[in-house]
Design a protein around this ligand. Structure first.
Ligand code: FPP
Length: 258
């Protein structure tokens, strides 16, 4: 998507010392940027606050990241908000996160409308608490007609479960005679993943310095460029987004070729 250059320069007006909008080529913005938002708990612990406060601060960082994505002209911006393994956290924290997802989505719907953002959800949504599920469905419904940036939220998402589910879908189709197993190729397989409607990410950002994928988009990240920053998620700003893009633009992507 072409960025609106006027709005983009205004948004990135007051630059810190090490990075400015002029450091990136706005004609080569990655189409799909994805983030593993990590470090909310450590951000809170550093300040002697309960973990919940870290997640609340994480919402502010997410709002800024969505706005930066819109201004920069991403086609797709996806984030890992809750994994299939996150149910192992204390019930109080899980309940807080589920409540926060619902509350935040309701509060941010005007921003989605204003910026023409379409919501997409990745994961096993049926297992979510009823209120969170209801709000998510409302978000999908109300933004379905928007044709600006797609914001994809991975909730109760696990990549291995997603791949197994795709294999089961295809096996069922083969058993019923609707599909010849020889016709299964990468495009068909991808079309049975939660990300069926999305291009693969060009750039994956992980905050808080951890060097692992945590069961996120294992199939889709085959040729994605990675950027890891020590910045904890609540401290991630529009400038960190620019730093990640500057790093992305310094790479030579060969997709296995020369
Ligand atoms: C990782 O930090 C963050 C999460 C598990 C939750 C992400 C949620 C938000 C950013 C809140 C806003 C989200 C939405 C969609 C409204 P962590 O708790 O693993 O941090 P730690 O590794 O320092 O403990």
């Amino acid at each position: 998507m072409q960025p609106d250059h006027q709005k983009l320069s205004e948004y990135y007006a007051v630059a810190p010392d090490d990075i400015a909008l002029s450091d990136i080529d706005t004609a080569r913005i990655p189409a799909h940027v994805s983030i593993i938002m990590d470090g909310n708990g450590r951000w809170a612990a550093k300040r002697g606050l309960p973990r919940a406060q870290g997640h609340v601060a994480g919402v502010d960082a997410l709002r800024e990241a969505v706005t930066a994505g819109v201004r920069l002209g991403f086609d797709v911006f996806s984030v890992y908000a809750f994994s299939t393994e996150n149910w192992r956290r204390p019930k109080l924290e899980v309940d807080l996160l589920m409540g926060l997802f619902a509350k935040t989505l309701v509060a941010e719907l005007p921003l989605f409308h204003q910026e023409n953002v379409r919501l997409e959800l990745l994961g096993d949504l049926e297992a979510l608490p009823a209120e969170t599920y209801r709000v998510f469905m409302r978000g999908l419904d109300e933004t379905a007609g928007h044709d600006g940036m797609t914001f994809a939220l991975a909730v109760n998402y696990g990549s291995r479960a997603e791949i197994v589910r795709a294999a089961q879908d295809l096996a069922r189709l083969a058993r019923s005679g609707e599909l010849d197993p020889d016709d299964i190729d990468q495009d068909l397989f991808s079309s049975h993943l939660y990300t069926a409607a999305l291009p693969d990410p060009d750039l994956l950002i992980r905050t808080s310095g951890e060097l692992r994928l945590s069961n996120y988009l294992l199939y889709q990240l085959a040729y994605t460029e990675f950027y890891v920053t020590d910045t904890l998620w609540p401290d991630f700003t529009r400038w960190d987004m620019l730093r990640a893009i500057r790093s992305f633009q310094s790479r030579s992507r060969r997709f296995g070729g020369v």
